[in-house]
Design a protein around this ligand. Structure first.
Ligand code: SAM
Length: 292
């Protein structure tokens, strides 16, 4: 019999008052398993074997590292190292991503709180170098001067094993240069992407991510970014200047409704439309190439 004194479970109302911004970010923009599948597919296509070691630069909560460590299947014990300057997302990742792994997988994931340009990062990792280095969600765009980004790309090349590849993403198209706000409904909240300011003279953009809830509360500017909006030709030129023998762009297929279908294929022509997101893969060819 139900009475007024029956104890009910409290209903979780998604609200800014209790929201965890990293959990919201994870739900709205991250798909570590998809990124891992992409790296896996491309590396295997380049080398005819599967990659073992990954470094995730600008790793935040290092979700990709943790997905990587468990993605090898039987007989492939993948290792990962995350690098980020900020202890806060690292601590979140330790509690949520790392904590969810079993002990053997956990032992194969390392995290370094450091600047990606630092000597500590250059010296970290397997003796022969990493099979893959990934810098996703446009984070390397914090390197806003050409000389600095070039230094980073050169350092990445120096940290790769033979046959290794650097995986980057990029966005662009006419909309990327505009000040705009886009929102998307997610489960229990609305994700808001704000391009707050774009300076056409130096190419620097200021963006933020916010979250809105059904109870009317919001977390505006939960994450803020100041980036140089690098173009694909600029990035490709710098990768070649950094010494990479090949730079491949993977362009997203069309869903037939004006959007992307989530499938990225190597392309030589890209129709930007109003906006695009793509992957860039820089490498020196397969591991069995003749020595330099
Ligand atoms: C946009 S977040 C991306 C996080 C993660 N890669 C993702 O996909 O969600 C950018 C991250 O880069 C980190 N960061 C910025 N500059 C850095 C640097 N020089 N070295 C290492 N990490 C840096 C920030 O602390 C932040 O966690």
């Amino acid at each position: 019999m139900q009475t007024t004194t029956t104890r009910r479970r409290p209903v979780q109302v998604p609200t800014a008052r209790t929201a965890d911004r990293y959990a919201l970010y994870m739900a709205a923009v991250q798909e570590p398993e998809a990124e891992v599948r992409f790296i896996d597919r491309v590396y295997r296509g380049l080398n005819g074997r599967r990659a073992v070691s990954l470094r995730e630069d600008f790793c935040g909560t290092f979700g990709i590292c943790c997905a990587w460590a468990t993605s090898g299947g039987a007989g492939l014990e993948r290792t990962a190292l995350g690098v980020d300057l900020d202890p806060e997302p690292i601590a979140w990742g330790v509690a949520h991503h790392l904590g969810a792994l079993d002990e053997p997988a956990r032992a194969r994931v390392g995290v370094l709180q450091a600047d990606v340009l630092s000597e500590r990062v250059r010296r970290a990792g397997p003796a022969g170098g990493f099979d893959a280095i990934a810098a996703f969600n446009f984070s390397y765009w914090v390197l806003m001067e050409r000389a600095l980004l070039l230094r980073y790309l050169r350092a990445c090349r120096g940290s790769l094993a033979r046959g290794g590849a650097l995986f980057l993403d990029a966005f662009g198209g006419p909309d990327a240069h505009r000040e705009l706000t886009e929102s998307r409904r997610c489960k229990g909240f609305t994700y808001v992407w704000n391009q707050e300011r774009y300076n056409a003279i130096d190419g620097v953009m200021r963006c933020s991510i916010g979250f809105r809830f059904r109870d009317g509360t919001e977390l505006p500017r939960a994450f803020r970014y100041t980036w140089r909006l690098w173009t694909l030709p600029e990035i490709a030129d710098m990768l070649r200047e950094a010494g990479f023998g090949s730079v491949d762009v993977y362009w997203e297929g069309d869903d037939g409704k004006g959007g992307g279908d989530g499938v990225f294929r190597k392309a030589r022509f890209g129709d930007a439309g109003n906006a695009f997101i793509c992957y860039i893969v820089a490498h020196d060819g397969p591991a069995d190439r003749p020595a330099d």
